[in-house]
Design a protein around this ligand. Structure first.
Ligand SMILES: [Zn+2]
Ligand SMILES: [Zn+2]
Length: 383
């Protein structure tokens, strides 16, 4: 990873949103360039880190690839960003043509002018109704995996309850075969022109028709099974590949696997939070693994090799180095976890692993026979 945003904010990888916000506020306050002793470079760095870690989507991307591909996510090389990612999807498209279907028709031209009017009227306490079919909400689920699965990477099939497309109407909320009629509210125009008098004068404003959501037509028959919303509560299933080296608490984004949107509006995303189960043998410290090994004092003195279990299910022979300080750990380079950064978006780079650290626990014999004692006495004289 190029920059460790977690380190910059002084939070752990599985820090909750609240903790990140708290850490950010404290640091931003401390390093603000306007303050005495402030540091502009540091301040910028803190802001950059916060912008990524406070945004679920960016954080998921950063956790996985060590960087964020773009602010909008639109040019993500994985086709996951999609046109809707990262934006609050409203009824008016901002003129970039990214919206589709009913949501954007007829209103693209208004672009930012609509926004300005919105802000203006909202500022005056006049709430403008921007009706559109609601995008599905994002979901967050926890997925537990074992350390062995972290080591090798794993595919999981996840089942969960959420809003899914209504089967009866294929998620549309109505039956197109039954035809359409003109909307009475807007006379089939899809938009309504309104004049508002304010202390600054009179303003004419065009807004989307609330009845037909700007389409101008209404279906003759809506679906009863979903009350015309196109979505119902049900079970969703999705497969996800969790890459090797994943960290505890890491978020994985599964685009469009959240709640279904109303009447074909964009679905929400699913965020999977990885939780790694504690392992009975190995302790993980970033990419290193720590294992404790009981050894017999005599074996150590006689330079016997010891057998150590590894995370890939094998066993290796390890020699205790001569003059080894028993308080130290034996370091086996490449015996740890795969490094997350070594799995780029275009495949994995082999051979990048953390270390295996062996902590020795020396077992001394409880009882010594007379003969053994004598032999040890001789040994003492010898050395
Ligand atoms: Zn209408
Ligand atoms: Zn339906």
């Amino acid at each position: 990873m190029s920059k460790d945003y977690y380190h910059i904010l002084g939070v752990s990888r599985d820090a909750q949103e609240d903790d990140i916000k708290k850490a950010y506020r404290k640091l931003a306050h401390q390093h603000h360039p306007d303050k005495k002793g402030g540091d502009e470079k540091k301040f910028k760095e803190i802001n950059e880190a916060y912008q990524v870690l406070s945004n679920k989507e960016k954080r998921a991307q950063y956790d996985r690839f060590g960087r964020v591909f773009s602010a909008g996510g639109g040019d993500s090389p994985f086709g996951q960003g999609g046109p809707f990612s990262g934006r609050d999807f409203g009824g008016f498209s901002a003129g970039d043509g990214s919206a589709s279907g009913w949501d954007s028709r007829n209103f693209e031209d208004m672009g930012n002018i609509g926004d300005i009017f919105d802000a203006f009227f909202e500022g005056m306490g006049v709430r403008q109704k921007r009706k559109s079919y609601t995008r599905g909400s994002d979901l967050e689920l926890v997925q537990e995996i074992t350390l062995e699965e972290v080591f090798a990477g794993v595919h999981k099939e996840i089942k969960y309850k959420t809003l899914i497309a209504c089967q009866k109407c294929s998620g549309l909320g109505y039956f197109p075969n039954e035809g359409f009629k003109n909307c009475l509210m807007c006379g089939g125009q899809g938009e309504i022109r309104e004049s508002r008098s304010t202390i600054f004068g009179s303003f004419s404003q065009i807004r989307a028709c609330g009845q037909c959501k700007g389409v101008g037509q209404l279906p003759n028959k809506t679906c009863g099974a979903c009350s015309g919303l196109g979505r119902v509560t049900g079970e969703n299933k999705v497969g996800v590949d969790i890459v090797a080296g994943v960290h505890d608490g890491q978020l994985i984004k599964i685009p469009k696997a959240g709640e279904k949107g109303e009447r074909g509006a964009a679905a929400g995303d699913l965020y999977l939070r990885v939780k790694i189960k504690p392992h009975p043998v190995f302790k993980r410290l970033e990419d290193d693994l720590i294992v404790q090994k009981e050894v017999n004092l005599i074996d150590v003195l006689l330079d016997k090799k010891i057998k150590i279990a590894t995370i890939d299910g094998k066993e290796i022979d390890v020699e205790i180095p001569k003059g080894f300080n028993l308080k130290d750990k034996i370091i086996i380079v490449g015996g740890g976890m795969p490094r997350l950064g070594s799995y780029g978006p275009f495949g994995m780079v082999q051979g990048k692993r953390g270390r295996l650290l062996v902590e020795l626990e020396i077992k001394t014999p409880k009882k010594l026979s007379e003969k053994a004692k004598k032999l040890l006495e001789q040994l003492k004289e010898e050395s």
